[in-house]
Design a protein around this ligand. Sequence first.
Ligand SMILES: [Zn+2]
Length: 187
Amino acid sequence: MHDKQRHIWLQHPADSEWAKFCPRCGTGLVDRYLEAEQHTRKVCSACDFIFYLNPKVVAGAVPMQDGRIWLVRRNIEPSWGSWTFPGGYVDLGEQVTDAAIRETYEETLLNIRIEGLLNVYSYTNVGIVLVVFRATVTGGVAAATPESQEVRAFALDDIPWTRLAFPSTRDALTDYLKFERSGRIDD
Ligand SMILES: [Zn+2]
């Protein structure tokens, strides 16, 4: 694994031990129990800045076209070489739906229309919240990009279940199939 890829992998761990210095004034952070919140936080020992550590929001889309869904084979760690639907971090100030559209284009060169929310996925001790949308391809010609070594449309009975990138990929695609069959995901 390249150093850059490792850096990307480690930038959002689910613990706070990596946080060493105040982002406002540069003084060391200390663990302090905050009575008002009844929670120990990373706090600056000089300016009292509270360094809240929150999950990162990831937006994803499952793009449908002619009865198939487009998946990408990841060209970055983690899970290099495994399949998932397009997605990525939401920028600060960006609408989640816009992030899903942008990430889909960046990873597949496909334009999509958001059809609706599929579901929201979060897991204990994982530092992200994943918001996944159902989408329809409206244009573009799919091609690999720096982030995706291969882009391919899969029939719904041909999804590469044993080569998916993350547990959330499996969970979201499972929900997607339920929705396609019955119009709902809670069965
Ligand atoms: Zn400070």
